[in-house]
Design a protein around this ligand. Structure first.
Ligand code: ADP
Length: 309
């Protein structure tokens, strides 16, 4: 195999009660990434369409992730990467993760698959370190493994993939405003009160149990966030209104996607997701705020191979 073309999905991290540990994989939103083997050793980003991002491998998350893999698996040939961005950087649905995950997944395929999921997560995390300053896995893990993922531990890295109930859909609304990850991080507090911590881990256990038992009611009851949302929600226009209408539309629950400004809702069934998307979109329509809305089923596989040659 000399070249590979991939669809690399957007992801929702945090999921209310699972700050920095939970994520899910979307199905129909994502980047397209093509990787070709080349005679010249090293990694080159040869084109980026749809976004103004650096071409230097060391400044692009795809390049950094690819170089992390090749440091452990040196080759006497190289790789040329072309990226078509369909997810805006900084929208809170794992734009940087999609590029980083695709680079390591594609190179691993072109090398005959020497590495497995956990290693690929480890390499892709180096790309995330470039994007946000911390080597976090809550977007790259669902992009690479699909479905839901739980990062139980970073040291050692321990990631659990959890199947999604079949009828679960995600709605994502992205207001066209800039919310820098650094700003979203700066409002956080370093300490959590014991009562809030107790509620949060109760809900996280409930979410995981709800996913395993396909108990939609339990999933919905567990989508609560006593720790982060009260601090970050104020940075997102109309956040409380979006949550109220999502609930009125019958969504199971809703919250901030990643560090925002996107807001997500989980719904049982496509009709409920459509109703939720329409009502959330109307909130921004009323205040004439430009936005995008997506409805997606949960992607069970993660990155998809579109073509090989
Ligand atoms: P998101 O949560 O949407 O990934 P982040 O703020 O975490 O947003 O990451 C976006 C940052 O990563 C931006 O500063 C962007 O310039 C940088 N970046 C570097 N390479 C890429 C890439 N290939 N795709 C997306 N972002 C990239």
């Amino acid at each position: 195999m000399n070249q590979i073309k991939l669809f690399s999905p957007a992801t929702i991290a945090n999921l209310c009660c699972g700050f920095d540990v939970m994520g899910l994989c979307l199905d129909n939103i994502g980047d397209e990434v093509e990787i070709h083997k080349s005679e010249t050793p090293g990694v080159r980003i040869v084109s980026i369409a749809g976004a103004d991002l650096p071409l230097e491998a060391e400044k692009n998350v795809a390049g950094v992730a690819a170089l992390a893999l090749l440091r452990e698996w040196p080759t006497d040939f190289g790789f040329e990467i072309s990226i078509t961005k369909k997810i805006k950087a900084g929208s809170g649905i794992g734009s940087s993760a999609a590029s980083a995950a695709a680079a390591v997944f594609g190179i691993n395929e072109l090398l005959g698959r020497p590495y497995e999921g956990l290693d690929l997560i480890r390499f892709a995390m180096q790309g995330e370190k470039l994007a946000s300053g911390s080597a976090h896995a809550d977007n790259v893990a669902p992009a690479l493994l699909g479905a839901f993922t739980l990062i139980r531990s970073y040291d050692p890295l321990d990631v659990i993939r959890i199947d999604s109930p079949e009828d679960l859909y995600a709605v994502v609304i992205h207001p066209d405003i800039e919310l820098r990850t650094a700003d979203a991080r700066s409002v956080l507090k370093q300490n959590v009160s014991l009562p809030n911590a107790i509620e949060q881990w109760g809900n996280l256990g409930g979410l995981v149990a709800g996913l395993y038992t396909k108990d939609y009611g339990l999933i919905g009851r567990s989508l609560q966030d006593k720790v982060i949302e009260p601090l970050r929600g104020i940075l997102i226009p109309g956040f409380d209104k979006l949550k109220t209408v999502a609930q009125q539309a019958g969504a199971l629950g809703s919250g901030i996607s990643g560090s925002g400004p996107s807001v997500f809702a989980l719904c049982k069934g496509a009709a409920s997701a459509q109703q939720t998307a329409d009502m959330m979109s109307a909130v921004y329509g009323q205040i004439s705020l430009k936005h995008d809305v997506w409805i997606s089923s949960i992607n069970p596989k993660g990155i998809k191979i579109l073509e090989t040659n």
